[in-house]
Design a binder for this molecule. Structure first.
Ligand SMILES: [Zn+2]
Length: 84
């Protein structure tokens, strides 16, 4: 079971190396920042400050969680403003 999973993973990676990754949005952090996951090899990418795609490292995961938190707070404030 484990060996076949590993084999599939290696094949997926090989496929991506040849044909390129196929990213799907896995998470919308803010309007401009999103996280992407390759449907083939599950490699994760994110939008960085320059609006370019970069590998989703733990550093970027932390940045994104802060961004998401700030974005949510801002949306709540906006909603409250609209409601009053
Ligand atoms: Zn891939």
């Amino acid at each position: 079971m484990k060996t076949s999973n590993l084999k599939n993973y290696t094949l997926s990676k090989l496929y991506c190396n040849i044909f390129g990754h196929h990213y799907d949005i896995s998470k919308k952090v803010t309007q401009h920042v999103k996280e992407y996951t390759c449907t083939c090899c599950k490699k994760q990418m994110t939008t960085n400050g320059n609006g370019r795609l970069t590998e989703l490292t733990t550093v970027f995961e932390d940045i994104n969680s802060v961004l998401e938190y700030m974005h949510k707070r801002r949306s709540i404030r906006l909603n409250q403003k609209l409601a009053s």
